[in-house]
Write a protein that binds this ligand. Structure first.
Ligand SMILES: Nc1nc2c(ncn2[C@@H]2O[C@H](COP(=O)(O)OP(=O)(O)OP(=O)(O)O)[C@@H](O)[C@H]2O)c(=O)[nH]1
Ligand SMILES: [Mg+2]
Length: 234
C-alpha cells in the first residue's frame, strides 16, 4: 500500500483513530491505497471488466487489445474506510509480458481471468500462476475469475472445473460477466475488504474470511441466463 506512512490520523468515517494510524496512507479522498492487477490471456475481458466496474458500461463491438499496461483509480468504502483501488489493466498478449512483470512486485492483489468460452485461456491459468509465484509478493491476494459467464451457449469450461482449479491452488473463485456486471463489484469489494483488514484490523476483530465472503455473496450463472441467451439469439 502507498501513501504517507505514519501520518497523524484523525477519526474518520467511523474508523477509530488508532486503527487509521496504522493505515499506511491517508489523503483527502481515501484512507488506504491499494494496487490491484488484472491478469490473464488476451481477450478474456480484463479491460471490459475494469470499465464495467469504473463506469458501469460494457465495451462491445471491435476488440481492441491493450498495449502494455494502463491503470484506473476507484475509491470504494468498506466498513467506513475509503479504500482507493489503483487498478492496473495489463495486456494479455505474450509480447508485453516483460513489461508487465515489472509491476507484479508492487501489487497487493491480483485478479486472474480466464474466459469460460476458451479452453486455452483456462489451460493457461497454471502458467499464469507460476509467473505470479515467480514475480509477485508472497502474501499477494489472488482471485480466480471465469469471465463471460453470460455466453452460456459457447461455454466450454464448466463451473466445477474453475472451482476445482481454484481449490487446488487455495484461491477464491467465481464466474463473472463484464457484460452484465455479474460479480464485478463483488470481486473488487472482496479485495478491498481483505486489504483493509490487513491494514487496520483491530486486535479483537475476527479475521476477514475472503473465501466465505465470496461464497455467501456471489451470484451464479443460472438456467435463466441460458434461456435469455437463447431468446436473444432468435
Ligand atoms: N459476452 C461477453 N463478452 C465479453 C465479456 N468481457 C469481454 N468481452 C468481449 O471480449 C473481447 C475482449 O475483451 P477485452 O476486455 O478487450 O479483453 P482483454 O482481456 O482486455 O484483452 P487484452 O487487452 O488483449 O489482454 C471484447 O470483444 C469484449 O467485448 C463478457 O463478460 N461477456
Ligand atoms: Mg485489455
Amino acid at each position: 500500500m502507498t501513501g504517507r506512512a505514519g501520518a497523524a490520523a484523525p477519526a474518520r468515517n467511523g474508523c477509530p483513530p488508532a486503527a487509521l494510524q496504522r493505515c499506511p496512507s491517508l489523503s483527502q479522498d481515501h484512507d488506504l491505497a491499494c494496487k490491484v492487477m488484472l491478469l490473464g490471456d488476451s481477450g478474456v475481458g480484463k479491460t471490459c471488466f475494469l470499465i464495467q466496474f469504473k463506469d458501469g458500461a460494457f465495451l462491445s463491438g471491435t476488440f481492441i487489445a491493450t498495449v502494455g499496461i494502463d491503470f484506473r483509480n476507484k475509491v470504494v468504502t468498506v466498513d467506513g474506510v475509503n479504500v482507493k483501488l489503483q487498478i492496473w489493466d495489463t495486456a494479455g498478449q505474450e509480447r508485453f509480458r516483460s513489461v508487465t512483470h515489472a509491476y507484479y512486485r508492487d501489487a497487493q492483489a491480483l485478479l486472474l481471468f480466464y474466459d469460460i468460452t476458451s479452453k486455452v485461456s483456462f489451460d493457461n491459468i497454471r502458467a499464469w500462476l507460476s509467473e505470479i509465484h515467480e514475480y509477485a509478493q508472497k502474501d499477494v491476494v489472488i482471485m480466480l475469475l471465469g469471465n463471460k459467464a453470460d455466453v452460456s451457449s459457447e461455454r466450454v469450461i464448466r463451473t466445477e472445473d474453475g472451482e476445482s482449479l481454484a481449490r487446488e491452488y487455495g484461491v477464491p473463485f467465481m464466474e463473472t460477466s463484464a457484460k452484465t456486471g455479474m460479480n464485478v463489484e463483488l470481486a473488487f469489494l472482496a479485495i478491498a475488504k481483505e486489504l483493509k483488514q490487513r491494514a487496520v484490523r483491530q486486535p479483537d476483530e475476527p479475521r476477514f474470511q475472503i473465501h466465505d465472503y465470496i461464497e455467501s455473496q456471489k451470484k451464479r450463472s443460472s438456467c435463466c441466463s441460458f434461456i435469455a441467451e437463447a431468446l436473444s439469439a432468435h
